[in-house]
Design a protein around this ligand. Sequence first.
Ligand code: AMP
Length: 286
Amino acid sequence: MLLNNIEEVKKNIKEWKKEGFKIGLVPTMGALHAGHLSLIKKAKASCDKVVVSVFVNPIQFGPSEDFDKYPRTLDADERLCNREGVDIVFAPSPKEMYGDAGRLSNDTLTYVCPPFFYVNKLCGKTRVGHFDGVCTVVLKLFNIVQPDYAFFGQKDAQQVVIVKKMAADLNVPVEIIQCPIVREESGLALSSRNKYLTDEGKKDALVLSKILNNIKTCYQKGITDVSALKETAYSFLTDKHELEYLEILDKNTLEEKLHADNNSIVLIACRVEGVRLIDNTYLGGI
Ligand code: AMP
Protein backbone atom coordinates (compact mmCIF):
# COMPACT_ATOMS: atom_id res chain seq x y z
CA MET A 1 0.00 0.00 0.00
CA LEU A 2 1.44 3.37 -1.07
CA LEU A 3 0.79 6.21 1.38
CA ASN A 4 1.88 9.85 1.12
CA ASN A 5 0.21 11.11 4.23
CA ILE A 6 1.65 10.98 7.76
CA GLU A 7 -1.73 10.66 9.49
CA GLU A 8 -2.72 7.68 7.35
CA VAL A 9 0.51 5.91 8.23
CA LYS A 10 -0.07 6.62 11.92
CA LYS A 11 -3.60 5.18 11.68
CA ASN A 12 -2.21 1.87 10.40
CA ILE A 13 0.56 1.84 13.00
CA LYS A 14 -2.00 2.34 15.76
CA GLU A 15 -3.95 -0.71 14.58
CA TRP A 16 -0.79 -2.81 14.29
CA LYS A 17 0.36 -1.82 17.77
CA LYS A 18 -3.05 -2.88 19.15
CA GLU A 19 -2.48 -6.30 17.59
CA GLY A 20 0.99 -6.49 19.13
CA PHE A 21 2.74 -6.72 15.75
CA LYS A 22 6.51 -6.21 15.55
CA ILE A 23 7.12 -3.34 13.12
CA GLY A 24 10.20 -2.94 10.93
CA LEU A 25 11.23 0.27 9.16
CA VAL A 26 13.58 0.52 6.17
CA PRO A 27 14.35 4.19 5.45
CA THR A 28 15.45 4.86 1.84
CA MET A 29 15.68 7.61 -0.73
CA GLY A 30 14.26 5.29 -3.38
CA ALA A 31 15.75 4.20 -6.73
CA LEU A 32 15.76 0.85 -5.01
CA HIS A 33 18.43 -1.71 -5.89
CA ALA A 34 19.60 -5.06 -4.51
CA GLY A 35 21.28 -3.31 -1.55
CA HIS A 36 17.95 -1.86 -0.42
CA LEU A 37 16.31 -5.19 -1.19
CA SER A 38 18.62 -6.99 1.25
CA LEU A 39 17.42 -4.65 4.02
CA ILE A 40 13.77 -5.21 3.05
CA LYS A 41 14.22 -9.00 3.03
CA LYS A 42 15.86 -8.91 6.45
CA ALA A 43 12.99 -6.77 7.77
CA LYS A 44 10.40 -9.13 6.30
CA ALA A 45 12.14 -12.12 7.87
CA SER A 46 12.15 -10.66 11.38
CA CYS A 47 9.06 -8.40 11.62
CA ASP A 48 5.28 -8.85 11.33
CA LYS A 49 4.80 -5.60 9.42
CA VAL A 50 7.30 -3.70 7.28
CA VAL A 51 7.29 -0.04 6.28
CA VAL A 52 9.68 1.18 3.58
CA SER A 53 10.02 4.94 3.39
CA VAL A 54 10.95 6.47 0.04
CA PHE A 55 11.90 10.08 0.55
CA VAL A 56 14.63 12.16 -1.09
CA ASN A 57 15.22 14.26 1.98
CA PRO A 58 15.92 17.87 0.92
CA ILE A 59 17.46 18.89 4.25
CA GLN A 60 20.33 16.41 4.00
CA PHE A 61 21.57 17.83 0.68
CA GLY A 62 23.89 20.83 0.48
CA PRO A 63 23.04 23.67 -1.94
CA SER A 64 25.51 22.43 -4.59
CA GLU A 65 24.63 18.73 -4.21
CA ASP A 66 22.49 16.48 -6.40
CA PHE A 67 19.04 16.87 -4.78
CA ASP A 68 17.35 17.95 -8.03
CA LYS A 69 18.86 15.26 -10.22
CA TYR A 70 18.74 12.41 -7.66
CA PRO A 71 17.01 9.43 -9.39
CA ARG A 72 13.31 9.16 -8.58
CA THR A 73 11.65 5.88 -9.65
CA LEU A 74 8.65 5.60 -7.33
CA ASP A 75 6.53 3.35 -9.60
CA ALA A 76 9.31 0.77 -9.92
CA ASP A 77 10.10 1.09 -6.19
CA GLU A 78 6.47 0.43 -5.30
CA ARG A 79 6.33 -2.64 -7.59
CA LEU A 80 9.48 -4.04 -6.01
CA CYS A 81 8.15 -3.45 -2.49
CA ASN A 82 4.83 -5.10 -3.39
CA ARG A 83 6.70 -8.12 -4.72
CA GLU A 84 8.53 -8.38 -1.40
CA GLY A 85 5.30 -8.13 0.60
CA VAL A 86 6.07 -4.72 2.11
CA ASP A 87 3.00 -3.52 4.02
CA ILE A 88 3.39 0.24 3.56
CA VAL A 89 5.51 2.24 1.13
CA PHE A 90 5.58 5.67 2.73
CA ALA A 91 6.46 8.30 0.11
CA PRO A 92 5.71 11.74 1.53
CA SER A 93 6.36 15.03 -0.24
CA PRO A 94 8.86 17.49 1.32
CA LYS A 95 5.85 19.65 2.22
CA GLU A 96 4.20 16.76 4.04
CA MET A 97 7.39 16.25 6.09
CA TYR A 98 8.51 19.83 6.65
CA GLY A 99 5.60 22.11 5.82
CA ASP A 100 7.01 25.25 4.24
CA ALA A 101 10.48 24.97 5.80
CA GLY A 102 13.02 25.01 2.97
CA ARG A 103 16.14 23.06 2.25
CA LEU A 104 18.70 23.22 5.11
CA SER A 105 16.78 26.13 6.60
CA ASN A 106 17.24 25.68 10.31
CA ASP A 107 15.64 29.10 10.83
CA THR A 108 12.17 27.61 10.92
CA LEU A 109 12.63 23.90 11.60
CA THR A 110 13.64 21.98 14.72
CA TYR A 111 16.76 19.98 13.90
CA VAL A 112 18.47 17.03 15.55
CA CYS A 113 22.21 17.79 15.71
CA PRO A 114 24.44 14.76 16.30
CA PRO A 115 27.68 15.32 18.26
CA PHE A 116 30.52 17.21 16.59
CA PHE A 117 32.98 14.37 17.29
CA TYR A 118 31.03 12.01 15.02
CA VAL A 119 30.17 14.58 12.40
CA ASN A 120 33.43 16.45 11.93
CA LYS A 121 35.10 13.68 9.92
CA LEU A 122 34.58 11.45 6.88
CA CYS A 123 31.44 12.50 4.92
CA GLY A 124 30.40 15.07 7.53
CA LYS A 125 33.54 17.13 6.94
CA THR A 126 32.64 18.06 3.37
CA ARG A 127 28.87 17.56 3.60
CA VAL A 128 28.26 20.22 6.23
CA GLY A 129 24.82 19.85 7.82
CA HIS A 130 24.24 16.49 6.13
CA PHE A 131 23.96 14.43 9.31
CA ASP A 132 21.70 17.06 10.94
CA GLY A 133 19.37 16.48 8.01
CA VAL A 134 19.72 12.70 8.26
CA CYS A 135 19.07 12.56 12.01
CA THR A 136 16.14 14.96 11.74
CA VAL A 137 14.37 12.90 9.09
CA VAL A 138 15.23 9.57 10.75
CA LEU A 139 13.85 10.72 14.12
CA LYS A 140 10.69 11.97 12.39
CA LEU A 141 10.32 8.57 10.68
CA PHE A 142 10.89 6.81 14.02
CA ASN A 143 8.16 8.95 15.60
CA ILE A 144 5.72 8.37 12.76
CA VAL A 145 6.30 4.60 12.32
CA GLN A 146 7.36 3.71 15.90
CA PRO A 147 9.33 0.72 14.66
CA ASP A 148 10.66 -2.03 16.91
CA TYR A 149 13.51 -2.51 14.43
CA ALA A 150 15.03 -0.14 11.87
CA PHE A 151 17.32 -1.45 9.14
CA PHE A 152 20.35 0.44 7.86
CA GLY A 153 23.19 -0.53 5.53
CA GLN A 154 26.85 -0.70 6.50
CA LYS A 155 27.41 0.99 3.11
CA ASP A 156 26.76 4.27 4.95
CA ALA A 157 28.88 3.32 7.95
CA GLN A 158 29.15 6.80 9.49
CA GLN A 159 25.37 7.17 9.19
CA VAL A 160 24.70 3.94 11.13
CA VAL A 161 27.08 4.92 13.94
CA ILE A 162 25.43 8.35 14.18
CA VAL A 163 21.87 6.99 14.04
CA LYS A 164 22.69 4.44 16.78
CA LYS A 165 24.17 7.23 18.90
CA MET A 166 21.10 9.42 18.37
CA ALA A 167 18.71 6.60 19.28
CA ALA A 168 20.72 5.87 22.45
CA ASP A 169 21.17 9.51 23.49
CA LEU A 170 17.51 10.39 22.90
CA ASN A 171 16.14 7.12 24.34
CA VAL A 172 14.31 6.17 21.17
CA PRO A 173 12.81 2.70 21.75
CA VAL A 174 14.10 1.14 18.53
CA GLU A 175 16.74 -1.45 17.76
CA ILE A 176 19.03 -0.49 14.88
CA ILE A 177 19.92 -3.47 12.70
CA GLN A 178 22.97 -3.07 10.49
CA CYS A 179 23.07 -5.03 7.22
CA PRO A 180 26.17 -5.90 5.15
CA ILE A 181 27.16 -4.13 1.92
CA VAL A 182 25.75 -5.64 -1.28
CA ARG A 183 28.15 -5.44 -4.22
CA GLU A 184 28.14 -6.12 -7.94
CA GLU A 185 30.18 -9.16 -8.94
CA SER A 186 32.93 -6.72 -9.95
CA GLY A 187 33.20 -5.56 -6.33
CA LEU A 188 31.49 -2.20 -6.89
CA ALA A 189 29.21 -1.40 -3.95
CA LEU A 190 25.63 -0.87 -5.15
CA SER A 191 24.45 2.72 -4.92
CA SER A 192 21.63 4.73 -6.47
CA ARG A 193 24.36 7.18 -7.58
CA ASN A 194 26.03 4.50 -9.75
CA LYS A 195 23.32 5.45 -12.28
CA TYR A 196 25.28 8.65 -12.95
CA LEU A 197 28.35 6.68 -14.12
CA THR A 198 29.22 5.69 -17.71
CA ASP A 199 30.42 2.12 -18.35
CA GLU A 200 33.99 3.39 -18.24
CA GLY A 201 33.28 5.28 -15.04
CA LYS A 202 31.97 2.08 -13.46
CA LYS A 203 35.30 0.41 -14.26
CA ASP A 204 37.23 3.35 -12.79
CA ALA A 205 34.98 3.17 -9.72
CA LEU A 206 36.34 -0.29 -8.92
CA VAL A 207 39.32 1.53 -7.43
CA LEU A 208 37.39 1.98 -4.17
CA SER A 209 36.87 -1.73 -3.49
CA LYS A 210 40.36 -2.53 -4.82
CA ILE A 211 41.97 -0.13 -2.34
CA LEU A 212 39.88 -1.53 0.53
CA ASN A 213 40.66 -5.15 -0.39
CA ASN A 214 44.36 -4.39 -0.72
CA ILE A 215 44.48 -2.73 2.70
CA LYS A 216 42.69 -5.74 4.17
CA THR A 217 45.20 -8.11 2.56
CA CYS A 218 48.14 -6.04 3.88
CA TYR A 219 46.56 -6.05 7.36
CA GLN A 220 46.09 -9.81 7.22
CA LYS A 221 49.78 -10.13 6.30
CA GLY A 222 50.67 -8.30 9.52
CA ILE A 223 50.92 -4.60 8.63
CA THR A 224 49.02 -2.63 11.28
CA ASP A 225 50.57 0.84 11.03
CA VAL A 226 47.69 3.04 9.82
CA SER A 227 49.92 5.42 7.81
CA ALA A 228 51.62 2.50 6.08
CA LEU A 229 48.27 0.89 5.26
CA LYS A 230 46.90 4.16 3.85
CA GLU A 231 50.07 4.66 1.76
CA THR A 232 49.29 1.46 -0.18
CA ALA A 233 46.28 3.18 -1.80
CA TYR A 234 48.25 5.64 -3.90
CA SER A 235 49.44 3.12 -6.50
CA PHE A 236 45.76 2.49 -7.43
CA LEU A 237 44.82 6.11 -8.04
CA THR A 238 45.00 7.77 -11.46
CA ASP A 239 43.89 11.16 -12.77
CA LYS A 240 40.38 9.63 -13.13
CA HIS A 241 40.09 9.54 -9.33
CA GLU A 242 39.66 12.41 -6.94
CA LEU A 243 40.23 10.95 -3.48
CA GLU A 244 38.24 12.77 -0.79
CA TYR A 245 39.21 10.68 2.21
CA LEU A 246 40.71 7.36 3.20
CA GLU A 247 40.55 6.66 6.93
CA ILE A 248 41.09 3.73 9.27
CA LEU A 249 39.05 4.22 12.44
CA ASP A 250 37.42 2.29 15.28
CA LYS A 251 34.26 0.81 13.75
CA ASN A 252 32.04 1.61 16.75
CA THR A 253 33.37 4.96 17.96
CA LEU A 254 34.97 6.38 14.77
CA GLU A 255 38.07 7.19 16.83
CA GLU A 256 41.42 7.52 15.05
CA LYS A 257 44.09 4.94 15.70
CA LEU A 258 47.82 4.63 15.07
CA HIS A 259 47.53 0.87 14.67
CA ALA A 260 44.71 -1.04 13.03
CA ASP A 261 43.12 -4.01 14.79
CA ASN A 262 40.13 -6.32 14.35
CA ASN A 263 37.78 -3.50 15.43
CA SER A 264 38.98 -1.22 12.65
CA ILE A 265 37.00 -0.06 9.67
CA VAL A 266 38.57 1.33 6.50
CA LEU A 267 36.44 4.02 4.84
CA ILE A 268 36.93 5.69 1.49
CA ALA A 269 35.23 8.47 -0.49
CA CYS A 270 36.35 9.18 -4.03
CA ARG A 271 34.93 11.05 -6.99
CA VAL A 272 34.81 9.34 -10.37
CA GLU A 273 33.41 11.32 -13.34
CA GLY A 274 32.41 13.90 -10.74
CA VAL A 275 30.23 11.34 -8.91
CA ARG A 276 30.95 11.06 -5.20
CA LEU A 277 31.21 7.38 -4.22
CA ILE A 278 31.77 5.85 -0.78
CA ASP A 279 32.70 2.38 0.40
CA ASN A 280 34.14 0.69 3.47
CA THR A 281 35.25 -2.63 4.91
CA TYR A 282 35.86 -4.11 8.34
CA LEU A 283 39.38 -5.39 8.89
CA GLY A 284 38.23 -7.99 11.40
CA GLY A 285 35.44 -9.40 9.21
CA ILE A 286 31.70 -8.78 9.70
P1 AMP B 1 19.71 5.39 0.44
O1 AMP B 1 18.48 5.15 -0.38
O2 AMP B 1 20.95 5.53 -0.37
O3 AMP B 1 19.52 6.46 1.47
O4 AMP B 1 19.92 4.05 1.26
C1 AMP B 1 18.93 3.52 2.11
C2 AMP B 1 19.52 2.45 2.94
O5 AMP B 1 20.03 1.41 2.11
C3 AMP B 1 20.71 2.94 3.80
O6 AMP B 1 20.62 2.36 5.09
C4 AMP B 1 21.89 2.45 3.03
O7 AMP B 1 23.03 2.23 3.84
C5 AMP B 1 21.36 1.13 2.47
N1 AMP B 1 22.16 0.75 1.31
C6 AMP B 1 22.47 1.52 0.23
N2 AMP B 1 23.30 0.84 -0.60
C7 AMP B 1 23.51 -0.37 -0.03
C8 AMP B 1 24.30 -1.51 -0.40
N3 AMP B 1 25.02 -1.55 -1.51
N4 AMP B 1 24.27 -2.57 0.44
C9 AMP B 1 23.55 -2.56 1.59
N5 AMP B 1 22.81 -1.51 1.99
C10 AMP B 1 22.79 -0.43 1.19
